[in-house]
Design a protein around this ligand. Structure first.
Ligand code: PAN
Ligand code: ZN
Length: 199
């Protein structure tokens, strides 16, 4: 039996960064092309290709059943048209793997979706522990005017299925309304799938 060594990483509460992170992924608007509803607003902004979010992966652990991975996500404040900056969103490649999010700073929304297109939304602020049950796709959105930061902890063999959401979109989107953020149906949800099945 080989034992993996216990580890501790410091999450800087001031900005959500993990200075000792094993890897940092950066997602710019060009990495999310086609995911926002307002394609004109997206095209105008993509010239500057703003940073949308960073993910700080704490540790390089075996991607095996039994291990846990943990990371922080820092989503910048901003909008594309009326829609708030957000993550790409994914189902887990092993769809039955769950996940826990813990809000560290700022304010946001966790959007969840079943494979048959039912959407739920959970507001998140510092201190919110939000559970992503097995089989639910998930995306986070920054609804505030400061970075929205949360810690994620998930089974190391969960993996990522980005393709389903890249193809179908998310059934609900979060837009700025007169009274604050609102979750509304995405008119483009499954448009590509509908077009190909009706052809
Ligand atoms: C999170 C996400 C992170 C970035 O760690 O991977 O917030 O979102 P996208 O992966 O959708 O770009 C998680 O849910 N891991 O499973
Ligand atoms: Zn996940």
């Amino acid at each position: 039996m080989t034992y993996v060594e216990p580890i501790a990483h410091q999450v800087r509460l001031a900005d959500g960064t993990i200075p000792s992170a094993h890897a940092v992924q950066e997602r710019r608007l060009s990495d999310l092309r086609g995911l926002f509803l307002d394609l004109e607003a997206e095209a105008a902004l993509v010239a500057h290709d703003p940073l949308i979010y960073r993910v700080y992966d704490a540790a390089d652990l075996p991607k095996e059943d039994g291990h846990l991975l943990f990371s922080t996500t820092v989503i910048e404040p901003g909008r594309v048209g009326d829609e708030y900056f957000m993550t790409k969103g994914h189902f887990h490649a092993r769809a039955d793997r769950a996940e826990l999010y813990y809000g560290l700073s700022g304010q946001g929304m966790l959007l969840l979706q079943t494979p048959d297109g039912r959407v739920e939304s959970l507001p998140m602020v510092a201190g919110t522990a939000a559970y992503v049950p097995p089989y639910w796709g998930h995306r986070t959105v920054n609804t505030g005017d400061a970075p929205f930061v949360f810690l994620a902890c998930y089974p190391a063999d969960a993996g990522y299925d980005y393709g389903t959401i890249a193809r179908d979109g998310f059934a609900g989107i979060v837009v700025a309304g007169a009274d604050g953020p609102r979750v509304v149906p995405n008119p483009r949800f499954r448009a590509a799938t509908r077009a190909s099945t009706s052809a």
